[in-house]
Design a protein around this ligand. Structure first.
Ligand code: AGP
Length: 607
């Protein structure tokens, strides 16, 4: 996610304060940085692609006059990292500066409307529609806060914005919908930021801005109103007793737990992908003679789940392939009729890029799904989609996995529409259920976390686990195993439950923990048989099951309930959530570091 910051000082120069605050937001990950300030009714802006220190060395970010300023660290979603795409963005007359964190879903439509009114756009970002919208509203003589309120009412998607204007040079106007925003009230000034670490050294008095609220900061006071009707909202500051390190994790003990809890927001953002990107990818996939999904680690598990989705929804056979095995396994078969969809959160995994390069040299079509705009994968792919999950600090992939699944589900549905193998009613139902997934994930996080933590305490000394599932749940089993193995160092085995009799069941002895992922889908009858097989040999059965599944509850030792009402092809997203939490709490129980597990790196850039 991007980082925004604003400050109004009672006295002194704001730019150095903003510069220091942006450094405190660096941990969020970014590719560009910028500042804006107002001095003697003139707007000054400095911005560029690159790290803060490098941009500061060239542009001297702290050297801008004025006691009111904004700052921004950009994590590109729309528009590659570049100086022109860096924030702040301005209106036509360079009188308004805006910094933004989030995704404007309807920016293309608004931009067309504004261009017809004569507005000239400089960047390729979704954000730039905001200053031009405000410029239009100001033409009606509205005060800045009302112009901002009318402008943001037009926006669909997620935003946390901060705006300054030479028209009212002693104010900052902020507003939020879904993306986080907080204000800080200090002795020497007043601040707004994406999160508390940015101003914690300046004040520990924070005012949390809720969804659908607009805030006007002026000198030493703030005024909150509802965006919908402009009615005032009274809210006192609260004293924050976090250390700066805790504040970076928004109060969570580890980035991994924070990122697990970010998944509802990330899934909502992933559902805001621009249709044209999905259409382009689906066009290539639909035309392909042979489709390979290529990835490593967690991204491979997303590909494995996707192969079930494409087969069941689009009736298209695909090959999920572990990147490091691709050349050996399929290298000779790859040709101009092959299409490779490479999935990589970092876009830099050496094994995946090596497979892509091999295929590219054989004239295959290369597609990409990544979380990092500007990564190597985006440069070598003929077309790519950015999953818009924001930076993932924890080494273990969590929010990026469920976001990958959401994008892959959307692609499978898009291809299904084109191939016409299932009815429009079935497709519309799947699309509607996919829109409900973020709320389902939020419900699981709210209602099951305490029980999962207890399970981790109960099983913390176990020396080996099985993770079993059938059908698409076998991908969920593999991913859940990897989480436990990589951050709690617990040897774990995952495989399709039907394989038990072909060897693995020899390991079972009384008390051996076996985790079953068992939604009530087509595999139910057979998975119940597998549970009974394990139970007969004394295994301790932990089931991730559908709420209300009384039959399974009776025969297992422990269970976690998942809300019902969504199709099996979407089940890996909700069913993995409790097992991400289980791995996290097992890691904590075993005194491991969930964020930085031994021997592992966030991006494996060596083969
Ligand atoms: C998953 O938790 C691990 N961090 C690792 O398996 C990771 O998924 C793998 O290295 C692939 O990374 P990528 O998605 O950036 O290509």
């Amino acid at each position: 996610m991007c980082g925004i910051f604003g400050c109004i000082l009672k006295n002194g120069v704001a730019a150095p304060i903003v510069h220091a605050a942006l450094k405190r937001l660096e941990y969020r990950g970014y590719d560009s940085v910028g500042e804006a300030a107002i001095y003697k009714n003139k707007l000054f802006i400095k911005k560029d692609q690159g790290k803060i220190d490098d941009v500061h060395a060239v542009h001297n970010l702290a050297n801008i006059p004025g006691r009111i300023a904004l700052g921004h660290t950009r994590w590109a979603t729309h528009g590659a990292p570049s100086q022109v795409n860096a924030h702040p963005h301005m209106d036509c007359h360079k009188q308004i500066a805006v910094v933004h964190n989030g995704i404007i879903e309807n920016f293309a439509e608004i931009q067309r409307e504004l261009e017809e009114l004569g507005h000239v756009f400089r960047s390729k970002t979704d954000t730039e529609v905001i200053p031009h919208l405000i410029e239009e509203e100001l033409k009606d003589g509205l005060p800045l806060s009302e112009a901002v309120r009318e402008a943001v009412k037009r926006l669909e998607g997620s935003y946390a914005v901060a705006i300054i204007s030479v028209r009212e040079p002693n104010k900052i106007v902020c507003a939020r919908k879904e993306s986080p925003l907080v204000a800080g009230v200090g002795e020497h000034g007043i601040y707004c930021a994406s999160d508390i670490p940015a101003f914690l050294p300046l004040t520990n008095k924070a005012v949390i801005i809720e969804d659908g609220e607009i805030v006007v900061l002026a000198d030493d006071r703030y005024e909150i109103r509802r965006i919908s009707d402009g009615n005032p909202v009274l809210r006192e500051p609260e004293v924050i007793d976090w250390t700066p390190e805790m504040a970076e994790k928004q109060g969570y003990p580890h980035f991994m737990l924070k990122e697990i809890h970010e998944q509802p927001l990330c899934l909502r953002n992933t559902l805001r992908l621009q249709e044209q990107y999905l259409d382009l990818m689906a066009t290539f996939l639909e035309r392909a003679t042979e489709v390979y999904f290529v990835a490593a680690g967690t991204s491979y598990h997303a590909c494995l789940a996707a192969s079930y989705m494409f087969s069941k929804v689009a009736l298209l056979a695909t090959h999920p392939v572990i990147a490091s095995e691709f050349i050996e396994q399929h290298g000779k078969a790859v040709n101009i009729d092959s299409t490779i969809l490479a999935v990589s959160q970092s876009g830099e995994t050496a094994d995946t890029l090596a497979a892509v390069e091999w295929a590219r040299q054989r004239a295959a079509t290369i597609l990409g799904l990544t979380n990092v705009v500007g990564s190597t994968l985006t440069r070598v792919a003929r077309a790519y989609v950015c999953q818009q999950s924001g930076p993932e600090i924890g080494v273990a992939a969590t929010k990026t996995f469920t976001s990958q699944l959401s994008v892959l589900s959307q692609l499978a549905l898009n291809v299904a529409k084109r191939r016409g193998k299932i009815s429009h009613t079935q497709i519309e139902d799947l699309e509607e259920k996919l829109q409900q997934i973020p709320d389902i994930v939020a419900t699981i996080l709210e209602t099951q976390e305490a029980k999962i933590r207890q399970l981790a305490e109960k099983y913390k000394d176990k020396q080996c686990f099985f993770f079993l599932g059938r059908g698409i749940s076998s991908a969920t089993a593999l991913e859940s195993r990897l989480k436990l193995l990589e951050i709690a160092y617990v040897p774990s085995i995952a495989y399709p439950a039907g394989e038990s009799k072909h060897g693995p069941i020899s390991l079972i002895e009384p008390g051996f923990p076996v985790v079953f992922i068992c939604p009530k889908d087509e595999t139910r009858k057979t998975i119940m048989g597998n549970i009974m097989e394990m139970k007969a040999r004394g295994a301790s059965i932990i089931a991730i099951l559908e709420e209300g599944d009384e039959e399974t509850k009776k025969i297992v030792d422990d269970y976690i309930e998942i809300p019902t009402g969504f199709p099996e092809v979407l089940s890996p997203i909700p069913y993995v959530i409790p097992l991400q939490l289980f791995a996290y709490y097992m890691s904590v129980e075993r005194n491991c570091d969930p964020d930085m597990p031994r021997n592992l790196a966030k991006s494996v850039t060596v083969k």
